[in-house]
Design a binder for this molecule. Structure first.
Ligand SMILES: Cc1cc2nc3c(=O)[nH]c(=O)nc-3n(C[C@H](O)[C@H](O)[C@H](O)COP(=O)(O)OP(=O)(O)OC[C@H]3O[C@@H](n4cnc5c(N)ncnc54)[C@H](O)[C@@H]3O)c2cc1C
Length: 484
């Protein structure tokens, strides 16, 4: 673990002597992204040293349920096969066996839920190789923390400053402690401060997350209660759609509970004004968001709000991230590529990041041990090569997820998205009749394949190959890595 120092007034004042001579990677943030990277680094043989710094006082699952697709499960498997096995032990599918491969079923949010529509009962989307799995975040986090020894995590350590000083990175915490590391991985969430460190100088316009124009309310409801409200609809994943908002429901905790997320299109002038991610409102305002929105809301769905906290969670994203690293500092998870949750793929992208980054760092750790123990220009160059290879493999795919999930949210609101779905029906540009839903379903039944079916083993090969190419290239150019 990194050693503490006295407290100089500026990071630059610290002399360049290493205080953590051994190679040790700092991970900022113990969310799904940071923990998954920690599992990957621990699983490497020999384990790659790291320290997680988390601002919270303990592991805390923010939010409620989380659904994971086949790519996420494969990433878990490749990070550490026990990770996937343990997740599968707690993962919850749809209640009815015939819905095993169904991601969600389309309904309308308006009164009657669309039961009179011709597509009623045929609104499933999913895929043969897709298997519905969801979990309570706390259960997922419990599994992940079980892999990471508590001596590798330092809680109540809010990172305030990060600066590269020579061939090391210096971190200062809110409590004034200062530590040094060989490299830093920022996985501090959508509003994470490490984004400023990586992008601030070169791309200041892309530092701040952008508001997606939607906020959510959330609830976890006992299955018996949900069945009392929705009947048989409660046991399987559903998406209730309308122009003004949409509500998703799916079973978690082995079917004992239902996770509910109520999405509202924000039509207020100026959109999200609070500087915080959340905003408390009255229960009346929360209900009005859905009774008064375009398309209205079925009275059964409104009863779900009895179990929701009147707390709006603004949904922010990073549609453009020009790079995921600068020299010895790298971004992972939502701080790099937060997206709206419409494709239920954000956590999966964190897991993919963790897989690829842990593998390329593993290659570095195994193949070039002689230069890792002490800070040097050579060590900096080789870490940069690993981060560059990670950036090249991960960024195009992760950023595509951010853009396509935004479009997906438009589909749930039966709006014309920025893609080749023509929702016109008899000249009705944005109706919500049968024709529209058929097109929406056609789209939903094909739009997830590139996420779910992706060749992650291929990505692992690609990142390792690219890393070695970059090391060789540096050598060919007469650079210092030639001697490695
Ligand atoms: C409503 C909603 C539903 C979603 N549903 C799904 C879903 O079904 N499937 C899916 O795949 N994804 C889903 N997502 C997305 C998914 O939750 C995120 O992509 C994922 O949790 C991000 O993890 P992370 O580790 O990058 O960030 P976070 O979980 O935000 O973790 C960041 C951590 O960093 C810590 N931290 C922050 N700043 C500092 C600092 N300065 N110093 C030290 N520590 C710090 C925080 O305390 C936190 O613990 C959903 C998102 C939302 C909003």
């Amino acid at each position: 673990m990194a050693a503490a120092t006295s407290t100089p007034t500026s990071l630059k004042e610290i002399d360049s002597k290493p205080q953590t001579p051994a190679f040790n990677i700092a991970i900022i943030g113990a969310g799904i992204g940071g923990l998954a990277l920690a599992i990957g680094l621990s699983h490497h043989e020999p384990p790659i040293p790291f320290t997680i710094y988390e601002s919270a006082q303990q592991f805390a699952a923010v939010g409620a349920g989380v659904g994971l697709g086949p790519n996420a499960l494969r990433a878990m498997d490749l990070i550490d096969s026990r990770f996937r096995q343990q997740y599968m032990d707690i993962a919850t599918g749809n209640g009815r066996p015939e819905k095993r491969h169904v991601m969600m079923e389309a309904m309308l949010m308006r009164e009657g839920l669309g039961q009179e529509e011709s597509w009623w009962g045929k609104g499933d989307w999913g895929g043969e190789r897709f298997e519905r799995t969801g979990a309570h975040r706390k259960d997922l986090l419990d599994i992940m923390t079980g892999f990471v020894g508590s001596n590798y995590v330092r809680f109540d350590k809010k990172v305030k400053e990060v600066e590269q000083v020579g061939d090391e990175v210096v971190l200062r915490f809110e409590d004034s402690e200062v530590v040094r590391h060989a490299a830093v991985v920022g996985s501090d969430g959508v509003k994470g401060f490490s984004r400023q460190v990586v992008l601030g100088k070169r791309y200041p316009e892309y530092v701040k997350p952008k508001y997606t124009g939607k906020y959510v309310y959330r609830a976890i409801i006992k299955m018996e209660v949900a069945k009392g409200i929705l009947g048989g609809l409660a046991t399987d994943a559903k998406m209730y759609m309308s122009k003004g908002g949409n509500i998703s429901t799916y079973p978690i905790t082995e079917g004992r509970e239902v996770n509910v997320v109520m999405f509202k299109r924000d039509e207020r002038e100026g959109g999200w004004r609070s500087s915080e991610n959340t905003e408390e409102v009255s229960r009346k305002e929360m209900i009005a968001d859905f009774t008064e929105c375009e398309g209205g809301c079925d009275t059964r769905l409104l009863r779900l709000f009895d179990h929701a906290k009147p707390l709006r969670w603004g949904i922010f994203h990073h549609p453009t991230t020009p790079t995921y690293y600068t020299s010895l500092i790298c971004l992972l998870g939502d701080v790099a590529h937060a997206g709206g949750p419409h494709q239920a793929a954000g956590a999966g992208q964190c897991l993919e990041d963790a897989l690829i980054l842990s593998r390329v760092l593993g290659k570095l750790y195994s193949n070039h041990p002689s230069i890792l123990d002490a800070p040097s220009h050579q060590r900096t160059r080789i870490i940069e090569a690993a981060f560059e290879a990670y950036d090249e493999v991960r960024r195009p795919r992760a950023q595509k997820q951010v853009l396509t999930t935004q479009e997906c949210g438009e589909l749930y609101n039966l709006r014309r998205p920025a893609m080749d779905v023509d929702m016109d029906r008899d000249g009705d540009e944005e109706g919500e009749g049968d024709g529209d839903m058929v097109k929406v379903l056609q789209n939903l039944n094909t739009r997830f394949e590139w996420i779910w079916e992706h060749d992650l083993e291929g990505d692992v090969r690609a990142v390792e190959k690219r890393f070695e190419e970059l090391v060789r290239r540096d050598g060919d150019d007469g650079g210092e890595l030639a001697r490695l």
